[in-house]
Design a protein around this ligand. Structure first.
Ligand SMILES: [Zn+2]
Length: 503
């Protein structure tokens, strides 16, 4: 049904007013914004939403996350990426996760995302030990039902995991190495066939709300055949090519040790750095790497909370922006940041880069941060033509905040309060493609209590499964710690930690 939001304060993110709050009426017909102007007259049949004392913003875009981790929230702390991954993405002892659990996990994650104002997920879905079409379909089905917008990946690690880390031949006990070698990994042909099938049958579901994207895990975790083939598919279907690049110093060292060059130069050299490429993290990019990313017109998804929790380092926010690199913001998964609330990431971004830079004129502005959380993420998701701002013709994805709340009292600069004062508790209504999916704080598309109850019933079994996997993978703790310490002590051209200057 058509909606008319009247008399609202709106952050449009359009080219004229940007992130400045302005007075607007918004008319929504079907899934699109039909018009947005200082005043609009209701048309017969319109459902009028009173925007007085409300702030309306474009739906937030979470430009990097993993719904797998929704079942791992709050499970681990104080582990760096490589040690954490050995538990959260187990190497040994995996068995196929059934589609019904994947559906439940996806619903849980989508509900929490929507209720916190995230209308688009870039969900790098990773299944262990491998992902099949039925599992992938379960995510599409769940997101279709809940009503979120998403890019959903096929994710691939096409090498034995211990081959993707430096110094393993020195530290990994031979018996463990032999055990890892018995595991099969997906081939490029299998992955590319799954991806083509997903593009041809799942991509575009929900009137285009749900898209398939290719996601080779990382340059060092995949063969060249995977990286080149996935890039070709991303070009053919004009889809996102999503990949983790230089998240940790260990990965910087991996480039030198295993490729004799930066991993970005390697990707560029094989033609896998293109406009539809989004790097998740991009912390340990050198100045030359940043130039290559900018020249390709590629994007970086910045995930400061996950990067702090895993001790990965601080991405060069200002250097990336100065070079002209498009930036999105991501929460990363619910194990490395323990929440899909992008508003937390927005605040962390605005704060973090102030303590790394004494020149206060280079600090992130509210406008830059909100751009990354909306249009920047949309551009990284290859959706900038349809989402990311409130403009006529774009999809009606928006969030309505109640301004009669403590976070917005007293009302000063609402854009600044949105970034620094609000945590999502003032969210009243969330709309995706013109459909109200959150109404007065309640999800309308699905029975949230039933989802939580079903998970509750499965929790004992779930935790026993996770405990077994933790035990099976504890063999990696000692060798990975040795590898990690050696990587930290390896001299590097760039420095991305706060505090101590390592070698
Ligand atoms: Zn990730």
């Amino acid at each position: 049904m058509p909606y008319l939001i009247q008399n609202a304060t709106v952050i449009t993110m359009d080219p004229v007013s940007g992130s400045d709050p302005v007075r607007r009426d918004i008319r929504i017909v079907d899934d699109v914004i039909e018009s947005i102007a200082p005043t609009l007259e209701p048309v017969a049949g319109d459902t009028v939403i009173n925007g007085t004392d409300k702030l309306v913003i474009p739906g937030l875009v979470n430009a990097h996350t993993h719904s797998w981790e929704a079942l791992y929230k709050g499970r681990y702390d104080n582990l760096p990426l490589e040690l954490w991954m050995a538990l959260c993405y187990p190497i040994l002892g995996n068995s196929r996760v059934e589609p019904d659990l994947i559906a439940l996990r996806s619903k849980l994650f989508a509900i929490e995302s929507l209720k916190s104002g995230v209308t688009t997920l870039v969900d790098d879905v990773l299944e262990n030990p491998d992902q099949d079409f039925e599992q992938l379909t379960a995510v599409f089905d769940a997101y279709d039902e809940v009503g979120v917008r998403a890019n959903i990946s096929g994710h691939i690690i096409s090498k034995p995991f211990t081959d993707t880390l430096p110094f393993m031949d020195e530290y990994l006990p031979p018996a463990v190495a032999a055990q890892v070698r018995t595991l099969t990994v997906p081939t490029a042909a299998e992955y590319l066939a799954l991806s083509r099938r997903a593009f041809e049958t799942l991509d575009g579901r929900g009137d285009g709300r749900l898209r398939y994207m290719v996601a080779p895990s990382a340059p060092q975790r995949c063969g060249e055949d995977v990286l080149v083939g996935a890039t070709a598919l991303a070009k053919e279907f004009d889809a996102e090519f999503h990949i983790h690049v230089l998240e940790t110093k260990t990965q910087l060292v991996t480039g030198t040790e295993k490729y004799g060059q930066s991993l970005v130069r390697y990707l560029s050299g094989i033609g896998a750095l293109v406009r539809n490429t989004t790097f998740a993290h991009g912390i340990w990019l050198t100045p030359e790497d940043i130039e290559m990313v900018a020249d390709a017109g590629a994007s970086v998804s910045h995930n400061p909370i996950s990067n702090m929790k895993l001790g990965s380092g601080i991405a060069p926010w200002r250097e990336l922006l100065n070079a002209g690199v498009n930036l999105g913001l991501g929460t990363d998964g619910c194990s490395s940041s323990d929440s899909p609330r992008l508003l937390d990431v927005i605040k962390a971004t605005a704060l973090l880069h102030k303590v790394t830079e004494p020149d206060f004129t280079a600090w992130p502005t509210v406008g830059e941060v909100l751009h990354a959380a909306t249009l920047g993420g949309a551009r990284s998701a290859v959706r900038e033509a349809t989402i990311g701002s409130l403009e006529a013709g774009k999809q009606a994805d928006l969030v309505i905040f109640d301004l009669e709340t403590l976070a917005f009292t007293p009302r000063q600069k609402l854009d600044v309060q949105l970034v620094y004062s609000e945590n999502g508790s003032s969210i009243e209504t969330v709309m995706v493609a013109g459909r109200i999916v959150v109404d007065h704080g309640t999800i309308t598309t699905i029975d949230e209590a039933a989802v939580r109850a079903e998970l509750g019933e499965r929790l004992v079994e779930l935790r026993a499964w996770q405990d077994r996997l933790d035990a099976a993978n504890s063999v990696f703790a000692a060798p990975f710690t040795q590898m990690y310490q050696r990587a930290m002590n390896t001299p590097s051209q760039i420095h991305r930690f706060s505090g101590h200057t390592h070698a």
